[in-house]
Design a binder for this molecule. Structure first.
Ligand SMILES: [Zn+2]
Ligand SMILES: [Zn+2]
Length: 436
């Protein structure tokens, strides 16, 4: 008999159409985020990983935590536990040590990873987003396989390039045969891979939390064969120009599930009867034009409050495969209902970084350009003044061992002001504990 993962199921609720199931106190906090790390390297610690929890559940409830990305897991949890244990008894601990079962810090860290963490949703397969998952995967057991969910191309890449017996043992419920076909493993696996279908439909992934994943672009794919898209003339002077005009206005290529070839999102049974080649599961356009990343709409199931957590992303205005607009269009509908509370989004570099070496990332100029498009979509809150923008993935300058936090914040604040945005900016430092 194979083991089963019971936490992942689909709920037929759209990102924009869900009715609020309980009266919502707009000032109450619904979603909790613990930042294990938000770095994009090059240092091999505190890389991108965010633990998310519904405030409707207790931390001590098994399966209460969801990790978005896993650049670090156990190491980040241990750092926070260590910090918690050094606090005076009357100050607030992130992991409430008296609710954990062991006296030893490392045993509690292992317990959080294996029992309290329901699963991991990956935005993309770059090492600074998966390293913790790979190294920690030996802690997971076949009796309780860990859910790892992502869009299909990310899961394909993990099976093909990481859990392949060469880079790392294959601990997953999938393998490939000698012809490159995908083969299901029915038992003995400790990671249960789930391909998410990129739609507006939320899937339950942890106690009280659901996610919807949208594909976005993260620079040029290494196998890109298309022409370079020149940056529009307006991007260097966005503070004086209407942002909407510099963003693509064509049809969204993203939201039709039919444009993505994938297996069933959550059914092991249907997967095990299907054999699909890797080349068939990859989206042709994405493969040839841009490197795929994703953004998660994370929803508290009880009151429909949402936060967005972006993986690495580039601006639509300089992308060969612009896909952010579709995300902002749907985010605006949620913001209109006052249900969108925060956006975790990267700003890897300051504006001093030239466009040709952004490598699929944002700087303040392009982040404000994207936020201004979101603002232009919302009639009731065009200044985004209820929104918290949490800045992630700031790259360390190794030559001076510093990240340009001050410079980025200065540039963001200045550009936000000139574009009449009143959102607040905050950095996602490792060890931060936030409520939305
Ligand atoms: Zn990254
Ligand atoms: Zn990346």
């Amino acid at each position: 008999m194979g083991t089963s993962v019971s936490l992942a199921s689909s709920s037929k609720v759209s990102t924009s159409d869900r009715n609020v199931t309980q009266p919502l106190d707009f000032d109450s906090k619904s979603i909790e985020v613990i930042v294990l790390g938000s770095s994009g390297g090059p240092a091999d610690k505190h890389n991108s990983s965010y633990l998310v929890k519904s405030t409707s559940t207790r931390l001590s409830d098994k399966g209460s935590l969801l990790a978005i990305d896993a650049g670090c897991l156990l190491a980040g949890i241990m750092d926070i536990l260590e910090n918690d244990s050094s606090k005076s008894p009357d100050s607030k601990q992130i992991f409430s040590l008296n609710e954990l079962p062991y006296s030893k810090l490392s045993a509690n860290a292992h317990y959080i990873l294996t029992e309290l963490l329901a699963g991991v949703c990956l935005t993309h397969q770059h090492m600074d987003h998966i390293a913790g998952l790979i190294l920690n995967s030996v802690c997971f057991s076949p009796e309780s396989p860990k859910l790892v969910a992502a869009l299909p191309n990310c899961i394909d890449s993990l099976v093909q390039n990481i859990f392949n017996g060469s880079i790392w043992p294959n601990l997953t419920n999938e393998s490939t045969d000698t012809y490159g076909n995908r083969v299901a493993i029915s038992e003995g696996y400790s990671i249960y891979l789930q391909r998410l279908v990129p739609t507006k439909i939320y899937s339950n992934v942890a106690k009280g939390l659901s996610v919807a994943a949208y594909p976005i672009s993260h620079g040029k794919h290494p196998g890109c064969i298309g022409p370079e898209k020149p940056p529009p003339a307006s991007v260097s002077n966005i503070s004086n120009s209407p942002l909407q005009s510099s963003l693509p206005t064509g049809n969204s290529p993203l939201l039709s599930p039919s444009s993505f070839i994938s297996t069933s999102p959550s059914s092991l049974e249907s997967f095990s009867t299907t054999t699909t080649t890797y080349s068939e599961t990859m989206n042709t356009e994405s493969r040839t034009l841009s490197y795929d990343s994703s953004v998660y709409f994370v929803q508290n199931e009880q009151n429909s409050t949402v936060i967005l957590i972006f993986g690495d992303v580039e601006a639509d205005s300089i992308s060969m495969n612009p896909r952010n607009k579709a995300v902002w269009d749907d985010a605006a509908l949620i913001l209109e209902k006052r249900l969108l509370k925060a956006i975790f989004i990267e700003c890897s570099y300051s504006n001093s970084r030239p466009d040709n070496i952004l490598y699929g990332h944002l700087n303040p100029k392009y982040l404000i350009e994207e936020l201004s498009y979101l603002a232009s979509c919302t009639r009731s809150n065009p200044s985004l003044d209820t929104l918290k923008i949490i800045i992630t993935h700031v790259k360390l300058d190794v030559t001076i061992c510093e990240a340009p936090y001050d410079e980025i914040l200065r540039e963001l604040t200045m550009l936000a002001e000139s574009n009449k945005l009143k959102c607040t900016f905050e950095f996602a430092y490792a060890g931060a504990h936030m409520y939305f």
